[in-house]
Write a protein that binds this ligand. Sequence first.
Ligand code: FES
Length: 612
Amino acid sequence: MSDHQIELQPVGRRGSCPAGETLLACAHRLGVELVSVCGGFGKCRGCKVRVMAGRFSEATPAEREAFTEEELASGWRLACQTYPQNDCRVHVPPESLGGQQRLQVEGRDVDVSLDSPIRSFACRLEPPSLAKPVADAENLLEKISAPGPIHLDIRVLRDLSTRLREWDWNLKAHIQDRELVAVSPPGSRPFGLAVDLGSTKIAGYLIALDTGKTLASQAIMNPQISKGEDIITRINFAIRSSDGRTLMANLVREGLMKLAGDLCAEAGVETVDILEAVIVGNTAMHHLMLGLPVRQLAISPFVPAVCGDLNIKARDIGLDFAPGAYVYLPSNIAGFVGADHVAALTATDGEWNHGNGMVIDIGTNTEISLITRGKITSTSCASGPAFEGYQIRDGMRASPGAIEKVYLWGEDVGYKTIDEAEPIGICGSGILDAISQLYLAGVLDKGGRIQKGSHSRVVEKNGHLEFILVPLEGDRRGPEISITQKDVREVQLGKAAIQAAIEILMEAEAVSPKEIEKVIIAGAFGTYIDVSNAIAIGMLPSLPLSRFHQVGNAAGIGAKLLLLSFAKRKAVGNLLSRVKYLELAGTPEFSKAFTRACLLEPYHLNPDAEGG
Ligand code: FES
């Protein structure tokens, strides 16, 4: 069978699709990032497209579940379930495009005394002569006034003689932990790379190690998204396919090199000038980048292959930096609390080190640390994809046109979209606002049921009530955006997991909510949520708003600190010695707390626990 020609509109991408390839796989191959939260299993609706011309395979049961008969008849399909059968043209709606997400990345410098493990020495050598025929390496080592013997990286050594002559015996030598990891021309500067390797995005910062200045910062989508958006789907992909682990490691390596290349281009340097990198990510991302086994992460008791920090040669994981460059990976805490949370704790320790505090990073997986009396108790919970805008009927990622804020004043409904663009869907912070505002307005009862007749925007469609947030009116051409009963349930499940985890942590440490002096909310979603709306439905404890601090990408800031300060790396050891991990998955306490927390109401302080 021959290939078919595919045209994807309005992105304007064309290419051939071999028989037997799904529309999703074809789009990814052609560089069109369709959303695929479920990894292509027909469960998330992320990859929905509308076929405009051509012949396709029959609709699968998953598609019959996802769309009504009318929608199917008007061409709506799930790209992961659809096989083109001749040349075709397909419309990709904006909410199915994954590549435009608002990627939080902050370029601000960190406040730390510079103490990089890289030491740079400017050296001027005597050329060898018949009177003194000293070997090139020994000639250089003699000039480096570092204590103790210095080892030579073989790749540096292979180039050394050529470089010495090219640079007229004048160069900079870069030493890390008594090893020569690079040489560079005279007058050059040392650079490092800090990376927050998230499941959705990879944020990178190119930093001058001699000044601590951030020269460039950028974020890209994690290319592993093509194999599934949540961690479990990616772990399954790595386990199920024989070369799954290698493929996942290659995807992230390519992403990291692209990011490093873009950052270096912006700063006018080369990737070979990167002398060291620090990469922080959740445990699954850490393992998938290193090509480590991940099967044990997905089954009880969910243990990592390794928890301790690692210092490995960049080249050993396919990163093309300075010849002898190292990548430092800080420790993980547990299977679902990784080095990114350790980095976030490091970045915010000034906030929580004195007194009782909480550090919380909300995502598909939410990590929470409770700090009391100098002890840190960490846990994680599966809070589901609703806060990333998934499993929500009109949900989408945080990209232009996504409703990110919702207000209700009586009959009036207001909203704000990202970039003030025409509304095309609703993202995580918007759906949280919507549920909270609907609850406060009496449109939802405590159980989350939409109340018939409670508001003029409540309508019944196909036997189900929904709230129309953005109607089709005037010359607005759509789409209509609604909150369905199922959307409310998804948010209830996510918020209940977070609320239950917080509750159990506090009970375990015998702390009442009002004893918590600071709640530090880290991460992209946490940056944009309206804390008062999260409090109103119980997702966060009822505390004065002044105790909440939305700190942005704390993991990225932590990675920078760990790149610039060896003292900070040593302090992580001390921090980890104070961490106790609390496993919640499958415990009866968690199930009970979770059921209670499904109710929409403020998290009332338990009077029996209110010692303080
Ligand atoms: S439904 Fe197609 S990728 Fe999830």
